[in-house]
Design a protein. Structure first.
Length: 250
């Protein structure tokens, strides 16, 4: 991991018309090749923060920078094609084949048919899927775990430097979730992507994140490594999270 800043927000707030805040005066950054997990209760602002990074939402005040450039100055469609994105439900198109789903962004970027084929056949084994078996299947024909593997493959198909994941494992059974955690950790070491992982599961955050951002009521309570959260919780709220999960370990 390097200390090069890939994602940064400065003095960022998102205010609702009724005057309440989804996020308030946030300063935050993610370094190149690190996985930043964001943990928080429902309504803490974690998904809002993720959506600001690919301009699916806009701040009321403050600034978002993607690889050192203001997000507001970048075309939102072009920006989204440069960022991998895995939504909560995987977001696969049900009427498209697996090959078509995975190659969506390369096709939009006008890769040749041969390039798309080569990328598909190279990428699927990285997420533990056989491209010759599932290429022409449809999402409904796959298990939940397989669909999430496909969603991750689609997110990295065009080799983006940054990947955003919005609770990608939350709907899976515990055994499948454990298997995908293992696969995710393998991908981290192989691909060296900068990743932001939203989760409501602190155990998942500790297992997959290089650093963790703890959000509550639109404010950051702490940013640190799992060990820093364990040994030096910055607020009573962070301490309570740790206390209620005594099995946590780095």
């Amino acid at each position: 991991m390097t200390n090069t800043c890939e994602l940064e927000v400065q003095h960022l707030s998102v205010r609702f018309p009724d005057g309440t805040y989804a996020l308030q005066e946030i300063d935050w950054e993610v370094h190149q090749s690190e996985t930043m997990a964001i943990i928080g209760e429902s309504g803490s602002g974690k998904t809002t923060l993720l959506r600001l990074l690919n301009r699916l939402a806009e701040p009321s005040s403050g600034h978002v920078f993607i690889q050192g450039h203001p997000a507001i100055d970048q075309d939102p469609i072009a920006l989204r094609r440069r960022l991998g994105y895995v939504p909560q439900d995987g977001g696969l198109f049900p009427h498209w084949t697996i090959r078509h789903n995975v190659c969506l962004v390369p096709q939009l970027l006008e890769w040749s048919t041969e390039q798309q084929h080569d990328r598909f056949t190279t990428l699927l084994p990285l997420v533990n899927l056989d491209p010759t078996v599932i290429a022409d299947r449809f999402p409904i024909e796959l298990s939940g775990g397989q669909r999430q593997r496909v969603a991750i493959a689609r997110a990295i198909a065009a080799d983006p430097p940054i990947v955003l994941l919005d609770e990608p494992f939350s709907a899976l059974d515990p055994l499948t979730r454990h298997e995908l955690h293992e696969q995710f950790l393998i991908l981290k070491t192989q691909l060296h992507k900068t990743m932001v992982l939203i989760t409501h599961d602190i155990t998942e955050a500790f297992r997959l994140g290089d650093r963790i951002t703890v959000l509550k009521d639109g404010r950051i309570h702490q940013i640190g490594t799992p060990q820093e959260l364990l040994t030096s919780p910055a607020t009573p709220y962070v301490a309570s999270l740790i206390e209620h999960h005594s099995g946590l370990q780095q």
